[in-house]
Write a new protein. Sequence first.
Length: 134
Amino acid sequence: VRIGVVNMGKPVNSNVPRVETTALNTKVNKRVFEDFKDYCGECGYPMNVMLESFMRQYANGRFDIDREDIMKFKNDGEEDDTLNTTFNKEIYLDFKYACKSNGYFVKHVITAFMEKLATKEFILEYTNISDIKK
């Protein structure tokens, strides 16, 4: 992508790499999703940024969630809501592969993460601002 910027009246051209994204549209536990949205609002961070940061850490083996915390959402009998957002495609595909390699569905791992974050049971590691897509 080529962007033209005006600097002191003179055009400046810069090349900005475009990040390929992918959409995720899945059902998650409604109660947990609402708590997660509230928490993200309190922190002032977009939900997709929080989720993408988690996905990167999980795929790189730097984040672990207990099996029981993931599997309890498999047949929880509670009402679901739809998570519909976009992510960096490479990060999402690595995350999806890690979930499947561990024997989990993406939606269950994401729901377990949302619950842990919303209940403040852990803190995500620092991510450089340049790594966060806006």
